[in-house]
Design a protein around this ligand. Sequence first.
Ligand code: S3P
Length: 166
Amino acid sequence: MKNIILIGFMGSGKSSVGKKLAEKLGIDWLDMDTEISEKEGKSISEIFEEHNEDYFRDLETKYLYKIINIKNVVLSTGGGVVLKKENIDLLKNIGTVIFLHADSEQLMEQLKDSTDRPLLKGENVEDKIKSMLEQRDTIYVGAADIIIQTTGKTIENVVEEIISLL
Ligand code: S3P
């Protein structure tokens, strides 16, 4: 089986679905944010604060090159990984890319109390989410081999749906 890569907006369930999916399939689960954070010895927020977004995007690219030959994993990505075309090409090389699509109300609900996402700090978080979604939705669709609608579904529902499509 090819590796499975989950992409989608912050709060769309990439980590919780990825973890459960890997468990069910009996394969390893990797979470890009966690891997990058461990390698740097810093939280994602600290990386953004001490450097900037571009620096973080480069770390994402480096990580994808590092795992390019990996086998039998589910990889949960960070929501902005698709912002670099090079990353999309790398993801497609590594495995089957699955976009977890949730509607904006569900994402807002999921993200309203989030404190560890540097791009959602400050004022007018709802407006920020809306404009990021506008920018990103078509990119996620373009990068995906499979699109799963997650709105109103449990993690288990989404996991079963993915397994039925593999
Ligand atoms: C980001 C999403 C985050 C993390 C970083 C940037 C983004 O991951 O990579 O804060 O640009 O959407 P999650 O999607 O897991 O929250």
